[in-house]
Ligand binder design. Structure first.
Ligand SMILES: Nc1ncnc2c1ncn2[C@@H]1O[C@H](COP(=O)(O)OP(=O)(O)OP(=O)(O)O)[C@@H](O)[C@H]1O
Ligand SMILES: [Mg+2]
Length: 286
């Protein structure tokens, strides 16, 4: 096919030999299948900031450090240099997270780098070699759901040990290859130790996955991996091979009504968001 303008610099540099076809157009990016030498890979072109519908940027950005103080000040002030830097930081966040997670043994696409706002990574395929489906497009047996849920919980645990929370984990951001679930779409990954929303995001991520697998294996719904992981993480006792039970006993302190009401409101807003995403994901598909 004709090379899209944003991929031309990568073709000129010899990073991509051929653009095969568009794969998906998401809210934050357009994804293409490309050939690099003998490998078939995936190129994710980030949309420009103003075209992204990214409501929660502030929530995610918190705690994300810039190693350069001039850069950090410019980003805070929102000058045009600052906006450009913020854009770069956003684009690099995903490739950074992918490298760190691949190293930590999490099942993510192998990254090859981010160039001019384009992330080159492994194309995840199923056993027949076709592009792997997203979880929301498949049905599972109860046995598979239980096994895959355990794999995802282990990967979330490995991520947390690497200091990262996905922040947008759901059946739309997990693919299924011949060995099991593969986690994708990490530009909004948050720093587990520095972000005040970290615990809430971990709970939401784990809850989304548990609800998804719980459709096929209802017994999973009672599990409480996020609370158990967070407690261990906070007390410095979480290691990648710590055995988790999925059970967690709430402490019997008197309830903080305001905090509970705020949680209920946040959960309601998240559900509205989720519905909107389901709606637009169906609309966006090619
Ligand atoms: N490495 C990959 N291998 C196979 N398919 C992929 C890969 N990365 C992305 N995709 C496909 O492209 C879609 C969009 O990718 P991704 O979720 O990273 O982008 P996005 O624009 O942030 O998505 P959205 O906003 O719709 O969640 C995915 O749902 C998936 O179907
Ligand atoms: Mg996505």
């Amino acid at each position: 096919m004709k090379t899209p303008k944003r991929l031309q610099p990568l073709v000129d540099e010899g990073l991509i030999d051929e653009v095969i076809r568009p794969l998906m157009s998401g809210k934050e990016a357009d994804v293409y299948i490309v050939r690099c030498g003998n490998d078939i890979r995936c190129a994710k072109i980030y949309k420009e900031a103003q075209k992204r519908s990214f409501k929660k940027a502030v929530e995610y950005r918190e705690g994300r450090k810039s190693r350069n103080s001039r850069r950090a000040r410019a980003m805070e002030k929102g000058s045009s240099y600052g906006r450009q830097e913020q854009e770069q930081a956003w684009q690099n966040a995903e490739v950074d997270a992918l490298f760190r997670l691949a190293y930590a043994g999490v099942r993510v696409p192998k990254p090859y780098g981010c160039f001019d706002g384009v992330l080159l990574m492994e194309l995840i395929t199923d056993e027949a070699g076709y592009v792997a489906p997203r979880l929301n497009d498949v049905t599972l047996t109860a046995e598979m759901a239980i096994a895959h849920h355990a794999m995802v919980m282990k990967d979330v645990q490995r991520m947390l040990c690497a200091g990262i929370i996905h922040g947008d984990l759901s059946e739309f951001n997990v693919l299924l290859d011949d060995k099991g679930p593969v986690i994708i779409d990490l530009p909004q990954a948050v720093d587990a130790a520095a972000n005040n929303n970290a615990k809430r995001m971990l709970l939401r991520d784990v809850n989304n996955m548990t609800q998804y697998y719980g459709q096929f294996a209802p017994s999973l719904r009672a599990s409480k991996y996020a609370q158990e992981m967070w407690l261990k993480f906070e007390s410095g006792k979480l290691s990648p091979d710590a055995e988790l039970t999925g059970q967690f006993v709430e402490t019997e302190q008197s309830a903080d009504i305001d905090a509970i009401l705020a949680e209920i409101q946040a959960a309601f807003e998240e559900e509205q968001d989720r519905k909107a995403r389901i709606q637009s994901a169906t609309e966006d598909e090619y």
